[in-house]
Structures are given as structure tokens and as C-alpha cells.
Design a protein around this ligand. Structure first.
Ligand SMILES: Cc1ncc(COP(=O)(O)O)c(C=O)c1O
Length: 476
């Protein structure tokens, strides 16, 4: 297994690195597996020990492996490594084996349709909570007339409604020439990566972050670096260190009801973040897909605090479900023009159909009342969650949330491993463990909106049982 290919014309330490990465991607090495010692690797490869050390150090810095005093070199249980690879030359990409799906997710996806499984993993409202509206009965000709209204930035009536809502809800006043309609916030992120970054560029994001689960960064060859958070949001001291060490080109944050932690960045932290981005002249992408699901008054958005430094992203997926596939980017006119051109090169233009549906949804006369009703229901569900969560408070801690879909539960005891998390799947409790979003293995994201009171009670009863299993002797 640990042999070099004599015919390869690349430095030996790189060959070693490639081999380890390949073994991880093809599943010959699994998260948590131990690599042979440096001495044994050097003997098998018939190279100097310093060459092995060099390769392992590079793999550590890319996040593929971790080295622990006393326990040797282990394959990383978290996500970092997978998104930190720079873009490959495309020929190499084609010849590369397809990376395996995350084994935990492969198993979880197999359970999503199981009627006995409790799905607290999916990042959407359950069907019965999504505000309903009636679709208009257009004739084909009438739709073609709407299609003719389309411009490079999207369907103008929809742009206008989005501007009106931003002004009303967030006191953010923008013109329609600063709004580009996209097919969801994910496409918005993809466009920004294509237009603003090059392969190998570094981006600072929160740690943990749902962005690790998106393949778009890998595809663009962009390096993601996680910045630790505290209860106020992304830590500014750590961000500054990272900016200096890694020549960061862009900061992406999800400051309101963050995915996965549910955390909302405080006003002071927002102001500090903006000040730092101004100091280093770095643009901030504010991913703001959850702010409509707020129980309380929110701090102003980053975009409302600083117009030119911040690019704002929104989406209708979190209120109307991801099938609606409508999102938007708010930025200065010049950037919007460049993004629109890039978008046109990629998918020509977005069809008018989802845009007419989105327009109808937002202008439905009952929408405002339906949204208030939805928020009231979510509050009840959150309170119900808190009530039953008391039964596991000795084992799991969490911060209160003021809206959004997620609560982040953190295990209070010893380090958890993938094996511990596999018990959740055996019990058919589908949650999102922190290793999907970070190197951390001690917490989980729970979409509390997907449970009835009865399911919530059953969830915590099962969680108590599982805590006994993973907690080992302490609970016996
Ligand atoms: C924080 C965040 N941003 C963006 C997205 C993607 O949104 P869309 O469905 O509009 O592509 C998601 C979806 O889970 C998300 O959680």
C-alpha cells in the first residue's frame, strides 16, 4: 500500500501526499483511521524520514489528517480537508477517481424516505408549515408577454417587490439596478466565486459553516478557512490573524440564524467585522437567507450598515421551500453587471416561470398574515423544544435562538467519534453532526421546525437513551 510509483515525475513528498489523499477519497482510509508511524512510512517508501514528515505536515495544513501527541497521525474526522484542495488541472480532474460521498450522509440519505425515521436533518420547513398561495391562471400567450419583460438582471416586477420588501423589513433601500435574480442563493454564491476569485484564492468563513457541505468551492478551486465563533458571532481577532496569514480575498458570513449554529451576530460584532473589512479592503458576502423567520427585532443587516463593502444574498427557499429556486444578489451596480454577464454565459437567462411564481407568492394578499402565523407556530415549536430539552440538559447544552430553523446541541462530555454518531442513524434519528461543517465532532444541528409536540417528546426520549449509550460508563 505504501509504495512509490518510480515512473512519476513529481517530487517524492507530493507523491506521498497524493497517495494519502487518494486512499481517503476512495475509502481505503476512513475518518479516524491511523496512519503508520513516520519511521514505518519512511521504511516502506524507502525515503528519508524528513521527506515523510514534510508530506505529513502539508497534509495537516490542508486538513486531510491530524497529528496528536501520543496517538500518532489520524485521518481527519471533519470536513476541512475536502474543501481545501486547490483547483486541479482539468485533465487531472478527469482522471481522478470520483470522491466518495460522505459515508454518514450516504447512510442518512438512505433513511430519509423511511417512515420510521425522524428527519431533523433537512434544511427546510416541513410541508405543512410552508405558506400556501394560489398560482395565477395565465394563458400561454400571457406568459410569453411576461417573458418579454425580462431583462439581464431578471424579471422587473419581481426585482421591484424584492426592493420594496428589503426597504420595509430591513430598512435597506436599493434600486432595481442593484438586484440580480438568481436561481437560489447557491447559484448566487457560485456566480460570486466565478467573478471575484481565482483558483487557489482563500476565503474566510465561519467555523462551523454549512458552506463546507457545498461542492461549489471545490469546483472553483477556492480554499476555505474557518474562523472560530463565540456567542457574538465570528471572532474578529482570529479573522485578522487569518487575513494576515493566508492573504484572504473574501469573507463570507451568515450572520443571522447561522447555518448550522443558529447564532445571530450582535450589532457590535457586525460593526467590528465591517471595520476590519474596511481596514484590509476586503469585500464581505452576507448570506441572509433566514432573516424572514425572526421572532424578535434583528440587528441591522451588514449591508444596511455599510452599503459598498457588503454584497447581500437572499433566497425564498427557507420560507417557500427549495423547489421555488429563487434567490438574489444585492451589490453595487458595476458588480451586478459583471455578475449578470457571467450568469448569461453560464445559463443564458433564468426562465420567467419561477420568477412569476415567486412574484405571486410575495404579492399574495395573505402572505403577510401567513408569515406572521408561521412565525407564531415556529415560536411554539421552539418553546416546545426548550421544554423537552430540559430532560437532556446534563448531557447537551445549547444557546437560545431568536428565529431560523436550527438549534445547535453540544455534547458536554468526552470526545465523540463517528462510531458514536452512527448510533443516531441506527435509532433513525436524522440529525446533522458537526463533522459535516467543521473539524469538530461534539455537536449537532437539529431542525426543530420539523417536529410535532409528540415527535419532540419522542426525540428527546431517544436522545436520552442515546446519551446513555455514547456516554458509556458514566451513564450506567
Ligand atoms: C445559509 C444558507 N445559504 C444559502 C443556502 C442555499 O439557498 P438556496 O436554496 O436558495 O440555493 C442555504 C441552504 O441551505 C443556506 O442554509
Amino acid at each position: 500500500m505504501w509504495e512509490l510509483d518510480e515512473t512519476k515525475n513529481i517530487p517524492v513528498y507530493q507523491q506521498i501526499m497524493e497517495q494519502v489523499i487518494e486512499y481517503i477519497q476512495t475509502g481505503q482510509l476512513n475518518p479516524g483511521d491511523r496512519l503508520p508511524s513516520e519511521r514505518k512510512l519512511a521504511a516502506s517508501y524507502q525515503v528519508n524520514r524528513s521527506t515523510v514528515v514534510h508530506a505529513l505536515e502539508e497534509l495537516v495544513s490542508l486538513g486531510w489528517i491530524i497529528r496528536q501527541q501520543g496517538s500518532g497521525t489520524l485521518v481527519n474526522e471533519g470536513r476541512w480537508g475536502r474543501s481545501a484542495t486547490p483547483r486541479m488541472n482539468w485533465r487531472q480532474l478527469l482522471s481522478r477517481e470520483t470522491p466518495r460521498t460522505e459515508p454518514y450522509l450516504a447512510e442518512l440519505h438512505g433513511l430519509l424516505k423511511d417512515p420510521e425515521a425522524l428527519d431533523l436533518y433537512t434544511g427546510e420547513l416541513p410541508l405543512d408549515l410552508i405558506p400556501d398561495f394560489r398560482l395565477p391562471s395565465y394563458t400561454w400567450e400571457e406568459l410569453l408577454v411576461e417573458e418579454k419583460k425580462q431583462k439581464a438582471l431578471g424579471y422587473p416586477p419581481l426585482q421591484k417587490v424584492i426592493c420594496e420588501r428589503l426597504a420595509r423589513e430591513q430598512e435597506l433601500r436599493v434600486g432595481t439596478n442593484e438586484v440580480l435574480i438568481t436561481s437560489g442563493a447557491q447559484q448566487a454564491l457560485f456566480l460570486l466565486l466565478q467573478v471575484m476569485l481565482e483558483a487557489g484564492d482563500s476565503v474566510a468563513i465561519e467555523d462551523p459553516s454549512f458552506l463546507y457541505s457545498l461542492p461549489i468551492f471545490d469546483t472553483a478551486g477556492v480554499r476555505l478557512y474557518g474562523v472560530p465563533m463565540d456567542e457574538e458571532g465570528m471572532r474578529i481577532d482570529a479573522l485578522e490573524q487569518l487575513i494576515l496569514a493566508k492573504k484572504v480575498k473574501l469573507i463570507i458570513v451568515n450572520p443571522t440564524f447561522q447555518n448550522p449554529t443558529g447564532n445571530t451576530m450582535t450589532l457590535i460584532r457586525r460593526e467590528e467585522l465591517i471595520a476590519l473589512s474596511q481596514k484590509y479592503q476586503l469585500p464581505i458576502v452576507e448570506d441572509d437567507v433566514f432573516s424572514e423567520l425572526n421572532f424578535e427585532q434583528l440587528p441591522p443587516s451588514l449591508k444596511a450598515l455599510e452599503r459598498h463593502q457588503v454584497i447581500h444574498l437572499g433566497s425564498l427557499s427557507k420560507v417557500f421551500g427549495s423547489s421555488i429556486k429563487i434567490g438574489w444578489i444585492i451589490a453595487d451596480q458595476n458588480l451586478i453587471q459583471r455578475l449578470a454577464e457571467a450568469k448569461q454565459m453560464m445559463d443564458f437567462s433564468l426562465s420567467v416561470f419561477p420568477q412569476v411564481v415567486a412574484y405571486t407568492a410575495l404579492t399574495d394578499q395573505n402572505f403577510s398574515a401567513n408569515r406572521q402565523q408561521l412565525i407564531a407556530t415556529l415560536k411554539q415549536k421552539r418553546d416546545c423544544f426548550y421544554k423537552y430539552a430540559e430532560t437532556v440538559r446534563d448531557d447537551w447544552e445549547f444557546e437560545p435562538i431568536a428565529g431560523g430553523l436550527y438549534v445547535w446541541l453540544r455534547w458536554r462530555h468526552q470526545k465523540l467519534t463517528r462510531k458514536d454518531w452512527s448510533h443516531f442513524l441506527q435509532e433513525k434519528l436524522l440529525v446533522a453532526p458537526s463533522f459535516l461543517f467543521s473539524n469538530d465532532t461534539m455537536a449537532m444541528r437539529v431542525n426543530y421546525t420539523r417536529m410535532t409536540e409528540e415527535e419532540c417528546r419522542a426525540f428527546f426520549a431517544k436522545l436520552k437513551k442515546l446519551s446513555g449509550i455514547i456516554g458509556g460508563s458514566k451513564h450506567e
